[in-house]
Design a protein around this ligand. Structure first.
Ligand code: ADP
Ligand code: ZN
Length: 652
């Protein structure tokens, strides 16, 4: 038995405990991993033939003991940038990560690949803690996840420093005030790293704005880092931004396009979450709500059910998702506008991490932006903070209503270019021809009529009433309120009565987003007012663009799958049977199904139908360990056996 002081070191932080997830085979007695080249490690552990954009460069930086800043979009493959060095046998890789759920998922995934991985955080028992401590002492750990708080206790850095091959900081934008998930604990990391000057550092994030990048370099004290900034475009996602007209119908529309698939619906408030989840269930969709007002136990259950594919749809406030690694989420719906483009990129980015096509739909109303602002004002933000917020909201509005390719707008937001074919990206509503832009002269005239109405009404009415006056017909659409206020005498009365209400709402939103109108939230209810540039536009100064969503969804998108492209069509019934087998094996091993095989891997299996273990290992996503562990039942199912017969429980 080791001296007890060592145990005490581990108990320094009372609320922090240790979870160790070593592979369940007896701990091997080897002192260090055999050295492997990065490409060999990639093949052997993950079954992948090549690195994705910039992964190889990131690994090479570690080999050369250089610091690196890695910016890749969600789903871009950041984890492999630090997991491959661990698999190469370079030494222990320490990963600082902000969320326990995320750590656990990553540990499960790394173990499935065959790495000796563990996580140090507050949710585990004494026995597991000891296993991890022993494994560390015996140098039998490749990968260790820690929370930033746990790291500051000092024992890991102090006692195991000489074995460290890398310290990686995941979600590194959390160090930055400019980002959207600022975490004060992250600010202490630079100081801690002073104790390990010889260990290379890697900061990873999906947030690519230059300010955030600079902040990361400074705060983590990266030393002349190799900067690896990947392309932010997610080609396998199809984006749609719709004017919110009938929220329920619009959400159902998307859900029904993806029967039986996993999806996330983001809503703004807890009440919205509960209402939408209830409505979906009323329409026989298997859905559950998730928000911060629910008990931790219920939240954990919803998350586990979703991750383990016992639940298809989660309706959530943004509290949900950061810890979700489920890679086969096929759609993400925003029932309300997000707070910033960074938020959108991250939330929508949870769709299609496996590289297969997925859909992101944003239901937009300009009122969402005003309510985000209202909510933020409750915290009395500093003027500087408020300016940042306003800029973020404006960008969201522009993204949602500008009749411009959504892929392009997103990528440009992150300071990059997107080159598309002349006919567009083929994977957003604008390029798919699901929206139409009003010709410039007509747009100007429409805009002038709408702004004039706001002007004539003195900026003392809301959107709905302003539109009602514009659409009044002297008959059923004319209300007593209008006549008694004398608004039927205005020149703008009934001026746009031939247009649909939804179109008018859309145009008002677009005018707000382009800065010609404004929502004034000061009083009891929001008022629509005119801005200086709105006034100018009425006099013919300035340009305006207006579009209309047709609401019809093109059947074919060209969203590119980055795995199964160019292959024979998978055998659909076989795919479904493999899916059943995967679920049985996942339950048996206590891991989420996608940790065993991605959907993309199942598609490949169903297309290629390998008949031997060797052929099986040629399939992308199947490394040595997975082939050994799951190969036999997979081959049996491909050979025609029923999944429940092919499956052999571990104890059997
Ligand atoms: P991120 O952390 O950047 O969001 P992940 O590390 O979770 O992305 O990777 C996204 C998905 O892509 C994972 O399912 C991972 O297994 C897969 N992936 C990563 N690198 C490769 C690769 N070189 N070849 C094939 N698939 C990969
Ligand atoms: Zn496009």
């Amino acid at each position: 038995m080791r001296p007890t002081e060592e145990l005490d070191t581990w108990n320094d932080a009372d609320d922090e405990e240790v979870l160790v997830d070593l592979p369940d085979a007896p701990v091997r007695k080897i002192a260090a991993r055999r050295r492997l080249s990065p490409v060999d490690a990639l093949k052997q552990y993950w079954g992948y033939d090549g690195f994705r954009e910039l992964q190889g460069e990131a690994v090479q930086a570690v080999v050369e003991k250089k610091d690196a800043l890695v910016i890749l979009p969600t789903g871009g493959g950041k984890s492999l940038c630090y997991q491959v060095p661990a698999a190469c046998g370079l030494g222990l890789v320490l990963v600082v990560s902000p969320l326990i759920a995320l750590m656990d998922d990553q540990v499960a995934g790394a173990r499935e690949a065959g790495l000796r991985a563990g996580a140090l955080h507050s949710n585990a028992d004494e026995a597991e803690k000891r296993r991890l401590r022993d494994a560390l002492d015996r140098d039998e750990l490749d990968l260790l996840y820690v929370s930033p708080e746990r790291l500051s206790v000092g024992d890991v850095l102090g006692r195991h420093a000489q074995r460290l091959a890398l310290v990686a900081v995941d979600e590194a934008h959390c160090v930055s005030h400019w980002g959207h998930d600022f975490r004060p604990e992250y600010r202490t990391l630079g100081k801690l790293f002073d104790q390990i000057p010889d260990v290379p550092r890697m900061g990873l994030t999906a947030t690519a704005t230059p300010q955030v990048q600079e902040d990361i370099v400074q705060q983590l004290q990266l030393r002349r880092p190799v900067r690896l900034v990947g392309h932010m475009d997610r080609a396998n996602l199809t984006y749609r931004c719709l004017q919110r007209r009938d929220q329920t119908a619009q959400i159902l529309d998307v859900v029904r396009r993806h029967p039986g698939d996993g999806g996330i619906v983001y809503a703004q408030t807890r009440k919205d979450v509960e209402r939408i989840a209830e409505t979906l269930r009323g329409h026989k969709v298997q859905a559950a709500g998730y928000h911060a007002g629910m008990t931790p136990a219920i939240r954990a259950k919803v998350q586990a059910d979703f991750v383990n594919e016992r639940l298809n749809v989660v309706v959530a406030t943004i509290a949900f998702g950061m810890g979700i690694d489920r890679s086969n989420v096929r759609y993400v719906i925003h029932a309300n506008a997000p707070k910033s483009i960074e938020h959108y990129q991250q939330e929508a980015g949870r769709a299609g991490r496996d590289g297969d096509p997925a859909e992101c739909v944003l239901l937009f109303s300009a009122g969402d932006l005003a309510s985000h602002r209202q909510m933020a004002l409750k915290d009395h933000p500093a003027p500087e903070r408020l300016r940042v917020l306003d800029r973020h909201l404006k960008d969201v509005g522009r993204f949602a209503v500008a009749p411009v390719c959504r892929h392009r707008l997103l990528v440009e937001h992150f300071g990059q270019d997107l080159t598309t074919a002349p006919e567009g990206c083929g994977a957003c509503d604008v390029c798919l021809g699901e929206t139409t832009e009003t010709p410039a002269a007509d747009a100007l005239l429409l805009a002038q009529k709408i702004i004039s109405a706001v002007w004539r009404l003195g900026g003392r009415f809301g959107i709905a009433y302003t539109i009602a006056v514009l659409r009044a017909d002297g008959d059923s659409r004319t209300t007593d309120r209008m006549t008694s206020a004398g608004h039927d005498q205005l020149t703008v009365y009934g001026l746009l009565k031939t247009h649909a209400e939804g179109d008018l709402r859309g145009w008002v939103d677009q005018l707000i987003v382009q800065g010609f109108l404004e929502i004034d939230e000061e009083g009891d209810y929001p008022l629509l007012t005119m801005t200086e540039s709105g006034k100018a536009l009425c006099k013919g100064v300035g340009t305006v663009r207006l579009g209309v969503a047709q609401g019809k969804t093109a059947r074919k998108t060209k969203a590119k799958a980055d795995t199964s492209a160019g292959l024979a069509d998978p055998d659909k019934p076989l795919f479904e049977r493999l899916r059943v087998l995967r679920k049985l094996m996942a339950e048996d091993h206590g891991v989420p199904p996608y940790v065993i095989f991605h959907d993309a891997t199942l598609h490949l299996l169903a297309a290629q139908k390998p008949t031997s273990l060797e052929a099986l290992q040629e399939v992308k996503g199947i490394g040595e360990r997975k082939a050994a562990r799951y190969g036999a039942p997979v081959l049996a199912v491909i050979g025609g056996k029923d999944p429940s017969m092919a499956f052999v429980p571990r104890g059997a």
